[in-house]
Design a protein around this ligand. Structure first.
Ligand code: F6R
Length: 241
């Protein structure tokens, strides 16, 4: 059963998770962090900025959950750019130790397997930060994704493209495909930390935590994991029983 923590606002949520990450950095010799993009994890990255001085981050490895396919890595909304801007630069991490799946079309066939092998070689993810889509996705594992899935190419749903249109000039500019860690990949992380804020996440959160475990609600896969922390604001928690 997941531990569910309901807090007043995202800043408090960010601080809680950042404290946990600092503990990991201080106690594990070669810590591995699973990084999410999108709006949800930003308060965590923000809170980390003020907490890392005096802590050795030189060995911190990171693996992003996903990337758009066919997007120029230099595009400001590629997840490579987002991770550089929001995580690597402000936190002073070694860019060579922070990976984002490779969304280049030419190498997409084996990019997923290469990525999962790199996670294994790093010793696995210690703490995986997760957001949740309004359709219940984690990573970009859209409804119907296998719980055994590994990192691979997926097609984004119309809903997800609409949800992410705010990062682009229009919904037509949101890529159609992505490469995402699979649900099986995500479930191998040792600690899952799922965050959600706002009323528009309430239904997905309730379905994920209290509904049946179903591929139609990919985030319900977290019910299969032994160590899950869910951090919500009151609005995102409003449909929990
Ligand atoms: C991002 C990711 C997605 C997002 C989800 C919620 O790396 O994997 O699952 O966490 O789409 O997005 P936001 O946080 O923008 O509401």
């Amino acid at each position: 059963m997941a531990e569910v923590v309901i807090v007043e606002n995202k800043e408090i949520a960010g601080a809680l998770v950042a404290d946990e990450i600092v503990r990991l950095i201080d106690t594990v010799a070669e810590p591995v962090l699973g990084l999410a993009t999108g709006s949800t994890p930003l308060p965590v990255y923000e809170a980390l900025r003020g907490r890392l001085s005096g802590h050795d981050v030189s060995h911190l490895r990171g693996f992003a959950l996903d990337e758009y396919v066919g997007i120029d890595p230099e595009h400001p909304e590629s997840y490579r750019s987002v991770i550089t801007r929001e995580v690597i630069e402000p936190l002073g991490l070694d860019p060579a130790l922070i990976r984002v799946p490779n969304g280049a079309i030419e190498t997409i066939q084996h990019a997923g397997d290469d990525y999962d092998a790199a996670i294994v070689a790093a010793g696995g993810v210690d703490l995986q930060i997760l957001g949740i889509g309004t359709d219940g996705h984690i990573g970009f594992n859209e409804p119907g994704s296998s719980f055994a899935s590994t990192t691979r190419i997926k097609t984004l749903t119309e809903q997800t493209r609409k949800d992410n249109a705010r990062f682009f000039d229009s919904v037509h500019d949101v890529p159609q495909h992505c490469i995402t860690q699979g649900l099986g990949t995500i479930l191998r992380a040792r600690h899952l930390v799922l965050l959600a804020f706002g009323e528009n996440k309430a239904r997905a959160v309730a379905a994920a935590l209290e509904g049946p475990i179903s591929a139609m609600v990919p985030a319900s896969a977290v019910q299969l994991h032994a160590h899950v922390t869910v951090v919500l604001d009151e609005a995102a928690a409003s449909e929990l029983k």
